[in-house]
Design a protein around this ligand. Structure first.
Ligand SMILES: [Zn+2]
Length: 85
């Protein structure tokens, strides 16, 4: 296994990295989702209160990245704050 050193400082290292998807980073309107199926990082952006997958160019919840993002605590908090529908 080739473990790359990440410059992004993550406090979480509890085995989530073995999951198909995990949240790699969260910046203002961007969620950086690691997709271990596609083996690439996917940006999910918040646009006008909805989530948009940059990779699939869709807001459709059938996109697994968006579905994953909606399950995150970060988005649930944003929903409560009214920033995401
Ligand atoms: Zn997607």
């Amino acid at each position: 296994m080739n473990k790359r050193k990440s410059s992004a400082n993550s406090a979480r290292d509890d085995g989530e990295k073995d999951a198909d998807y995990y949240l790699k980073g969260h910046y203002d309107n961007i969620l950086l989702v690691r997709d271990n199926v596609l083996k690439r990082d996917i940006e999910v952006t918040i646009r006008g209160g909805a989530l948009f997958c940059d990779y699939h160019e869709t807001q459709d919840r059938q996109c697994q990245h968006i579905e994953f993002a909606y399950s995150l605590d970060e988005i649930i908090k944003l929903k409560k704050g009214g920033k995401v529908r």
